[in-house]
Design a protein around this ligand. Structure first.
Ligand SMILES: [Zn+2]
Length: 66
């Protein structure tokens, strides 16, 4: 008797949370290390900070040192 709900699980390398196999990962499961794109592209906090900082500020009067 094998339950169909016994899917493989892994621990996300970014948020350290366990996540379950998904069909989308059927081909690349051995390479999957992160539970989501957010974790894959870095830390979620960083992604948010990146969005909020938005465009690079004009560096006027800041680069005169050296
Ligand atoms: Zn994660």
């Amino acid at each position: 008797m094998v339950s169909k709900s016994t899917l493989p699980t892994k621990q996300c390398a970014a948020c350290l949370r366990p996540f379950t196999w998904r069909r989308a990962w059927a081909r690349s499961w051995p390479e999957v290390r992160y539970c989501s794109d957010a974790c894959r592209s870095g830390r979620r906090a960083r992604a948010i900070a990146r969005l909020s900082s938005g465009q690079p500020a004009p560096a006027q009067g800041r680069l005169h040192e050296r």
